[in-house]
Design a protein around this ligand. Structure first.
Ligand SMILES: *Cc1c(COP(=O)(O)O)cnc(C)c1O
Length: 366
């Protein structure tokens, strides 16, 4: 069976170095808010190209804390609207509703799979305070027009970079394109820790300072509490592991890009649609989605022939039970994506012979 994602193989690629880093933390006896986190914040801010990086417990917290930070600053208030793609992982939407803000769902385009930037302006009201884009599947969700819209209407541009570590637009990395960005280091992401971990990157030092306090019980000074905060911190062990793995991120992404090139040149089954390649983007292929009207049958066929796949995602946010009030709405493109999407194996440890099998099985589906 060709695994969709072999986390053991991915970790063991740098196993000795990772184990040494973990050992170093164990022996130091210092497990939170230490040098490893400090180091990672410096390294990751430099990698992304922002002034600040604040480590937190996970990607969802990173998203939530950005919005919470803007509320503390008076930029946003309960009931304000945030424009967001209708096709995203639920966490993006949860972060908005958790802050008593209103997600305004905007359809993606079918060929781009990311929010339709040309449709954003007509959704802007007097309550709109921000646009939260998601660089889904490792693809860019930004263009210059979006930057101009946000400037014109004075909207905060927030990036969900949970799937886009290293992705760039004209040489500027995602995480440095907007006002603030959330990153997830969930083990299965392009840059993954040994458990949950996340970070915020921003050039807004005031926002960074507030988020740092919010994530630490609302305290910026020991035993003094300025905000009603939460506890959201990255373990030193995870920061140590990420300090090792960050060094190899570009190399890993290059491997993914080579595999994507191979897929684009060799998959030729007319029953499948591959995502359009976007000029000017540096795609880091967190996922390689293929689209098929008989998606479930295709998944079964691949499984029978030894290829494991995953669906990202089977049910769109507006059809989820947790957002019952939206269940009767229709977002046709979003729904089509959720009905037809299938993610095939895409990672830095898939071998050439394995890729050949994936392609052969895909091409023999009738
Ligand atoms: C993984 C993911 C998140 C959440 O990150 P966690 O670290 O799992 O909380 C948010 N948004 C998107 C698009 C994701 O893929």
């Amino acid at each position: 069976m060709i695994k969709f994602l072999d986390l053991q193989a991915i970790t063991m690629r740098h196993g000795d170095e990772i184990k040494a880093a973990v050992n170093r933390v164990i022996e130091s006896g210092w497990f939170l808010q230490g040098n490893e986190n400090k180091q990672f914040e410096t390294n990751y801010a430099k990698y992304i190209g922002t002034e600040s990086c604040v480590t937190v417990a996970n990607g969802l917290d990173a998203l939530k804390l950005i919005l919470r930070g803007y509320k503390e600053m008076g930029v946003m208030q309960d009931g304000d609207e945030i424009i967001v793609p209708a096709n995203t992982y639920i966490a993006t939407i949860l972060a908005i509703t958790d802050n008593n803000l209103i997600p305004v769902l905007v359809e993606p385009t079918w060929d781009h799979l990311e929010i339709n930037i040309d449709a954003i302006e007509k959704h802007i009201t007097f309550k709109t305070k921000g646009v939260m884009i998601v660089h889904l599947y490792g693809r860019i969700a930004y263009n210059n027009k979006l930057g101009q819209i946000c400037k014109k209407y004075d909207l905060k541009l927030i990036e969900d970079c949970a799937q886009s570590h290293g992705c760039a637009w004209h040489g500027v990395r995602t995480g440095a394109l907007g006002d603030a960005a959330a990153h997830s280091f969930y083990p299965g992401k392009n840059l993954g820790a040994l458990g949950d971990a996340g970070a915020v990157t921003t050039n807004d030092s005031k926002l960074a300072e507030i988020i740092r306090a919010l994530a630490n019980y609302g305290s910026h000074k020991k035993y003094v509490f300025k905000y009603v905060g939460i506890n959201s911190r990255m373990a030193e062990i995870d920061a140590a592991v990420l300090n090792v793995k960050l060094k190899y991120l570009d190399e890993d992404n290059a491997q993914r890009q080579k595999l994507a090139d191979y897929y684009y040149t060799h998959i030729n089954n007319r029953l499948l649609i591959l995502p359009t390649r976007i000029k000017d983007e540096y795609n880091v292929y967190h996922q390689f989605p293929v689209f098929c009207e008989r998606r479930n049958e295709l998944q079964e066929y691949l499984k029978k022939n030894g290829v494991q796949t995953l669906i990202h995602y089977p049910i769109p946010p507006h059809k989820q039970e947790c957002y019952k009030a939206w269940n009767s709405r229709t977002y046709p493109i979003t729904e089509m994506i959720h009905q037809q999407e299938l993610s095939i194996p895409m990672n830095q440890v898939l071998t050439r012979p394995e890729a050949e099998i994936v392609v052969d099985v895909l091409n023999s589906f009738k």
